[in-house]
Design a binder for this molecule. Structure first.
Ligand code: UD1
Length: 376
């Protein structure tokens, strides 16, 4: 069975890694040629900087991609279209039995559209998440991907409920758990060994870890300036380490804000995966607009403030250590975290490091939904 796995950007790499490893384990258990799974890893090239891409392949022990579409950056239409045109060629040549897409980025949507139109079954890992905010490009990607995918692999009960409410037949939905946590669990010893906070001169439990890259936060000068003001105020009480995403760096330079800083605010280039995990586990507080960090903080039970009006990952709030915040409430929310316990919440069900195996089981149990209607 040929499985094409698609990865486009930084958070996608953490989601395909455990799947590739699970496929390799499954193949070891089979005798050669006896129903072996043939994975084909397609990197769309949505992220291409070393620190946004290559470093994750090395750290996560992901084999080099079989195919790199090298699409690079662009407007949403240009990027999505470039992935579609190039991925269509891949599908026509390789004729996969399944296309497996992960997450909610432009590559996820583009490859789903291509496969669906060619009649190739699509499995979506991390299906059913909804922010109910269509100003977020990822929400559009999630909605369209889930309408088209044949097998919807969900991380949490809210995702199942969203899909059922949207009319998805229950037999297409399989709750498998959180794939990001597979990667986290597998990499924890190496992440802990990094002692990243020590190397940055920070004390465990005595710093804030900040990541921001959402257009709604960083693409407007007024909001970016206000965020920086808050970080500078916080840094007077608590050192702040702030790895700057390329999108955020561009905005800082374009708005003339790159020089706005303070002694306690440590702006550094994007960090690798192990460093990020280590910084998350040991932080007193995480402030982010990333999806993955909300989940990783929840696993570590590190208090997390998410600078967004909504989250597509509500279990991180209802069960985990996450809380939504805004520019208006940020200062008070930070103080509440600092006055509260160092660890918060609980780890949700099926966030156990075994999601990739459940995904393979689901794939192998699902009859080929396209069957004889394939165009070839
Ligand atoms: C993308 C995803 C977002 C995800 C984020 C994680 C979409 C719609 N967005 O957002 O969901 O949370 O990745 O990082 O798919 N750039 C570089 N080097 C790179 C990649 C980008 O310098 O390797 C620059 C680009 O020139 C661009 C900016 O960073 O101006 C933003 O990149 P883009 O791919 O548009 O989206 P992200 O903000 O990274």
């Amino acid at each position: 069975m040929k499985l094409v796995l698609v990865a486009g950007d930084r958070p996608n790499f953490m989601k395909v890694a455990p799947l590739l490893h699970a496929v390799a384990r499954a193949n070891e258990r089979r005798t050669a040629g006896n129903g072996a799974l043939r994975p084909v890893l397609v990197h769309t090239g949505q992220h291409y900087d070393i620190m946004m891409s290559e470093v994750f392949f090395r750290e996560l022990n992901i084999p080099d991609p079989d195919i790199n579409l090298e699409v690079g950056s662009g407007t949403h239409a240009a990027q999505t279209a470039a992935v579609m045109v190039r991925f269509e060629d891949v599908c026509r040549k390789d004729r996969p039995d399944w296309v497996i897409v992960v997450g909610d980025v432009n590559s996820t949507l583009a490859c789903t559209l291509v496969a669906a139109k060619l009649g190739i079954p699509v499995a979506h890992v991390e299906a059913g998440l909804r922010s109910f905010d269509r100003t977020m490009p990822e929400e559009i990607n999630r909605l369209v991907t889930d309408v088209l995918a044949d097998l919807l692999l969900t991380p949490s009960p809210d995702a199942d409920e969203n899909l059922l409410r949207e009319g998805v037949p229950p037999e297409r939905i399989r709750r498998v758990g959180n794939i990001m946590i597979d990667t986290l669990v597998a990499n924890l010893p190496r992440a802990r060994a990094r002692r990243t906070h020590d190397r940055l001169g920070l004390e465990a439990g005595r710093y804030a870890y900040v990541t921001l890259h959402r257009p709604s936060n960083v693409d407007r000068p007024d909001s970016l300036e206000a965020i920086l003001g808050n970080l500078i105020r916080l840094s007077r009480d608590l050192p702040v380490v702030f790895p700057v995403h390329p999108r955020t760096q561009k905005s800082l330079e374009a708005f003339g804000l790159d020089g706005v800083t303070s002694p306690g605010l440590r702006k550094i280039p994007p960090v690798g995966y192990h460093d990020s995990l280590c910084l998350t586990e040991n932080a007193r507080l995480v402030l982010t607009d990333s999806g993955g960090l909300q989940e990783e903080s929840t696993y570590f039970r590190t208090p997390c403030l998410t600078l967004r009006p909504n989250t597509e990952r509500p279990v991180t709030v209802t069960e985990g250590s996450n809380r939504l915040t805004s520019l208006q409430s940020l200062a008070g929310d930070i103080q509440a975290v600092l006055d509260g316990p160092r660890r918060l919440g609980r780890v949700p069900d099926l966030w156990d490091g075994r999601t990739a195996d459940r995904i393979l089981t689901a794939l192998l149990q699902t009859p080929n939904p396209s069957g004889p209607h394939w165009p070839w």
